[in-house]
Ligand binder design. Sequence first.
Ligand code: ATP
Length: 415
Amino acid sequence: MALPVTDLRARLASLPGLETLLPVLGELAWPSYLVGGAVRDLLRGERSIDLDIAVEGDAPAAAHALAARLGGTALGHERFGTATIRVGSLTADLATTRREVYDRPGALPRVEPAPLHEDLGRRDFTVNAMAVALTGEGLGTLHDPHGGRTDLDAGWIRVLHQASFVDDPTRLLRALRYEARLGFALHPDTERLAREAAAGGALLTLSGDRIRVELEALLAEPDAPGAVARLTQLGLDRALHPALAADPQLVASAQLGALQTGASPVLSALAALCIGASSDGQRQDLERWVAGLGLPAPAREAVLSATRRAPALADQLASPLRPSELHESLTGEPAETLALALALGAPAEPILHYLAALRPARLEITGADLVAAGIPESPLLGRALRETLRLKLDGELCGREEELRTALSLAREAR
Ligand code: ATP
């Protein structure tokens, strides 16, 4: 049921910071609107809302005018017709209302300024395709040309038109993200279109970067395992890559493992998606897919090394190891490998002991102490120090004197 304008005005006025913006927006030449997820969340009664404002006019110019009047800063991207303003603790994103033209499926669209109704018509789902007027007589009026309000009440995620997923297959991942976040479900017609688009190879038209952005956002949701379960149900995992086997339980355990080890929950969950390869060829192909996602190099290496190493590590840790063996096995492994090993059933105790006690362990002596005692610099010296550390980790040495004596005798023996 539509809320009366007065109710929406009152809700707008209660949004932190908006009361400062509204009078100044009203003085500008262009109509402006709260749009997208902000309206959805406003109608759901959320208290914390990202202010996304659409301007039927020049959004960067509007942002500069607001910043000048309110004593804030504006960062404009004139080419894209977007800008961000900051006034004290308030942040708002402004964008010129636009239409989007897809030259080919999966490509980024060309954008051109257009009236509000076209801006709403280019959006992903009905619940994200509403606007509330922020200016003029109609302040507080809901613009809802696609029935977003009804779907919001019913809990449906529904696309605006039949070709939506083919035009932009990132919407397949976005749909599951909103399902998980809002506790909604795909409308049956939309679910059918999603299955058809996935089966028809729509996701293969996307660049790795576009997949990564949406996959990371999906895996960052508090209910990522729920979204992953849906990924499998709709066949989107296999559509992304035939060897992706999304196991929600494993993803949940990997996220938990990430909390225990200080790993990134998103990268650990991504690694959990990628351990289903059944042959070397498939594994290499999956690794190429991960490499093509355009992750920064350390993140990519963390995911790849977790998928390669975690299963063997989980096996190895099933039997008791000496502290020095544990140290040797785990040193240099990214935290994501440890998180995934935990998810695969590795016992927590040795991993947590490694992180808390073994990883930070250091000798009280250094190479300089050995050189001062007459040992020439050479690789033997490093080997003697490593062996001394090993003995220390296993509790066979105590204190600086014992360390020095042991390291010296090891170095001399080696010579
Ligand atoms: P929220 O919906 O809560 O803002 P978000 O911050 O992840 O979630 P963004 O990706 O910033 O959302 O998108 C903001 C709005 O832009 C969406 O609500 C939607 O209306 C629109 N939008 C974003 N991506 C797309 C897309 N691929 N296709 C159509 N509309 C999109």
